[in-house]
Design a protein around this ligand. Structure first.
Ligand SMILES: [Fe+2]
Length: 436
């Protein structure tokens, strides 16, 4: 029986993760496997994420099981005048058993402040900086990271200039059921994810679903990357929202049920209805499979979710929708229902972090009029929200080891547009209300 399970796991790993696999991709670069060469009690895979107002969750893994789930922290290196205790979890996947995965929430924390912290009472000191209390705030947006030499160069480019919060629209480790690659990914991103909060949502590579054995999937993802879903009234780690500096950010689940009347659909409707544009003039949405996409890769995969949810986002004047999945960059104009619409969101595909599958090089021709910029290169995006009305979006291309700005656009918040702001307080159609 164990051999049968292994064979099944192996075959599923070989299986293409979707139907559209015959892309012409730019050659991928080799995998970077990252090792833990410190004592077993020392923390590894340290990353931080926002949780509620002025709190941060510190997550890490230890191979040794008697390490306490405590974080000591303070504003001066080596002096920890605060301490917090959290919880831990473990999981197994076939013959793999995870280390002890610790999650500790610390705070309240001051804004725009560097904190120094130690995990589990031993090992090196880490530090992070909390986001500011007021505008401006800068988000890095990057999807489909993986763990190749391309990933490493993207991460170095991200780290080369300052930012406040990283947003990841799915596909993290590309472990694809090979669990040690989750650990390696955690170690690869630790120098970056331990210093700034990383807020993620799931992609298809997080599913790791095995029929009958792990039918619900997301075992590693949920254990390692818990996001603050309970704080936003969601009962699933696959979709949630949070507020940060005048911005309401909604993380949707392309691989959770999204059809009309589903739990995610109802949660989204309630979440959108609660947005107060006087507090958060900007609204951003992240999801994995793009709703608009003129690349030949993954055509149509986000369509049923678009049909189910697009009207809700439009009625709530969502400013921007970021997606991953397609390994390339594309920026659309403001769109609603396949047409340019000055009150619709700007759609951006940014699945170009650097994964092992390489780039999606083929585009549909001619380019649709709603697609304003498209390019199959690795890179990352930066959204700098200057104030309640204006933001600056930049896409940085990885030009081998260099980084250069390739796309650059200024945006105006829909809440500040006289012609669009009248629909800001969403009024769901009566049919939608009945379905909730
Ligand atoms: Fe994907």
């Amino acid at each position: 029986m164990p051999y049968l399970l292994l064979l099944l796991s192996f075959l599923l790993r070989l299986r293409p993760h979707d139907a559209s696999v015959d892309f012409n991709r730019q050659p991928p670069r080799p995998l970077v496997y990252t090792y833990h060469d410190a004592p077993l009690s020392h923390p590894q895979q340290v990353h931080v994420s926002l949780v509620g107002n002025n709190y941060m969750k510190v997550s890490w893994v230890t191979d040794e099981t008697d390490v306490p789930s405590t974080v000591d922290y303070g504003k001066t290196p080596g002096i920890y005048d605060s301490s917090a205790t959290g919880e831990y979890t473990t999981y197994s996947y076939f013959f793999y058993s995870s280390g002890k995965i610790h999650h500790v929430t610390i705070g309240p924390l001051d804004p725009a402040t560097t904190y120094y912290y130690r995990c589990g009472g031993s090992g090196p000191e880490f530090n992070f900086r909390t986001p500011p209390a007021t505008f401006p705030i800068e988000f890095v947006v990057v999807g489909d990271l993986g763990q190749t030499e391309w990933t490493r160069s993207t991460l170095e480019h991200i780290n080369a200039s300052n930012y406040d919060v990283l947003l990841l629209p799915g596909d993290l480790s590309y472990a694809d059921t090979h669990q040690p690659l989750w650990d390696s990914f955690g170690r690869l991103v630790e120098p970056y994810a331990s210093r700034r909060p990383w807020m993620v949502t799931q992609g298809n590579h997080e599913q790791e679903m095995i029929p009958l054995i792990y039918p619900k999937g997301f075992k590693a993802y949920n254990a390692r990357w818990p996001m603050p879903h309970e704080e936003s009234g969601s009962d699933s780690n696959l979709y949630y929202s949070f507020d940060i500096v005048g911005t309401h950010i909604i993380m949707l689940g392309s691989y959770a049920d999204f059809k009309t009347g589903s739990d995610q659909y109802k949660w989204l409707a309630n979440d959108l209805a609660k947005i107060d544009r006087s507090r958060t003039p900007w609204v951003l949405v992240l999801l994995h499979a793009p709703w608009y996409n003129s690349n030949t890769a993954h055509q149509g995969e986000g369509e049923s979710m678009r049909v189910a949810m697009e009207e809700m986002l439009y009625n709530s004047s969502v400013d921007m929708v970021f997606a991953g999945h397609v390994h390339a960059y594309e920026r659309f104009t403001r769109v609603y229902d396949n047409n340019a619409d000055p009150c619709g969101p700007i759609y951006i595909t940014i699945g170009d972090g650097g994964n092992r599958e390489g780039l999606a090089m083929k585009y549909k021709e001619p380019s649709p009029s709603i697609s304003l910029y498209r390019e199959a290169s690795f890179g990352h995006g930066r959204l700098r929200i200057m104030n309640g009305t204006h933001a600056h979006w930049l896409w940085h291309r990885n030009d081998d080891s260099a980084v250069l700005v390739a796309d650059d656009v200024w945006l105006e918040a829909l809440s500040s547009s006289p012609s669009c702001s009248q629909k800001i307080q969403p009024k769901l159609k009566s049919t939608q209300r009945d379905e909730l």
